[in-house]
Design a protein around this ligand. Structure first.
Ligand code: F6P
Length: 334
């Protein structure tokens, strides 16, 4: 299919917390732009770099081999100046001076909020959802989530080995910003005893201590509690478990290790397709959009509509996890 383009030059930037797959998205953008005869400019350090005009030329040579690399070759940043309307106005002016007729913005909700401000100043932007938190309302899947889930699960598997040897309890904090999507995925994948997420209310004695006791009575000798970072100080949680159960408890904060590493196939492929789709829209002169996934399908939304959408927590899967972990049919929703 030949892509006809009504634009001559586009830019691409990554913003906010990085995620595995950002580089694959950049490559998808660059190669598609080249297909269409569009000049592609990389903007370093996100919106801060846009304001400062930190541009680098991008072509197939520059992006060669980056699909398999974690992080972002364009660097990422959070810009205070860009938060203000004056900053957005300045960034829009920079786009105009530099002949940038369309901008691909790769990141999470914060990135899209910035993008919608830029769109209000007349810049054609298209967003690509990328965050290990998978907390973007308009898309069932955000790039980076699968790789981060696997990285965290692998780390918990290792912890489980040593917890089993010493008959201990492992309290593991995973990332997720204000959401528990990552924690739930990791908990299910590793056969955790308990998953604590901000979307669920807990009675600590009943739902944490009580369940550990139940598991112990059922013959379990080591325990894993996966805690989403939004649940508060993980050391406090571990301290309470140690005190109430007498089980030696250890804390691990997985931290930024979850954001690094070579992206898994799912992230590489979704990122590449989204990069293509973003340029396809810009080439047609369309902007103010966000590429998203609904199941396995790629769709796009108006950026304002996308920002108003909220993401539901998967309560059904959470209930299923609790039911079969404790062999308790009463918590099942079927
Ligand atoms: O949004 C991605 C994320 O990794 C969150 O899970 C986490 O809360 C935050 O970014 C950490 O941000 P920083 O890298 O600035 O410490």
């Amino acid at each position: 299919m030949a892509l006809e383009s009504s634009v001559n030059r586009i830019g691409v930037l990554t913003s906010g917390g990085d995620a595995p797959g950002m580089n694959a998205a950049i490559r998808g953008v660059v190669r598609t732009a080249q297909c269409c005869g569009i000049d592609c400019v990389g903007i370093r350090h996100g919106y801060a770099g846009l304001i400062r005009g930190e541009f680098i030329p991008l072509n197939e040579k520059v992006v060669k081999g980056i699909t398999a690399r974690g992080g972002t070759m364009l660097y990422s940043a959070r810009s205070q100046e860009f938060m203000l309307d004056e900053g957005k106005k300045r960034a829009a002016e920079v786009c105009r001076f530099s002949g940038i007729e369309g901008l691909v913005i790769i990141g999470g909700d914060g990135t899209f909020k910035g993008g919608s401000g830029l769109a209000a100043h007349g810049v054609n932007v298209v967003g690509i959802p990328c965050t290990i938190d998978n907390d973007i309302g308009c898309t069932s899947y955000a790039i980076g989530f699968d790789t981060a889930s696997n990285t965290a699960a692998e780390a918990v598997d290792r912890l489980n080995d040593t917890m089993q040897s010493h008959e201990r309890c492992s309290v593991v904090e995973v990332m997720g910003r204000g959401a528990g999507h990552l924690a739930l995925k990791v908990g299910i994948a590793t056969g955790a005893t308990i998953v604590m997420v901000p979307e669920i209310e807990y009675d600590f004695d009943r739902d944490v201590i009580g369940r550990i006791r139940t598991a112990r009575l059922a013959g379990r000798t080591n325990f894993t509690v996966i805690v989403a970072e939004a649940m508060g100080p993980v050391r406090e949680i571990a301290g309470k478990i140690n005190e109430a159960t007498g089980i030696e408890t250890r804390v691990t904060e997985l931290g930024h290790i979850q954001r690094g590493g070579s992206p898994h196939v799912r992230d590489r492929v979704a990122a590449t397709i989204m990069g293509y789709k973003a340029v396809e829209l810009l080439a047609k002169g369309q902007g103010g959009r966000v590429i998203a996934m609904q199941g396995e399908e790629f769709v796009d939304y108006d950026i304002t509509e996308a920002l108003s959408m909220t993401k539901d927590f998967d309560y059904a899967t959470y209930k299923m996890f609790t039911a079969f972990t404790f062999l308790d049919k009463s918590t099942l929703c079927i």
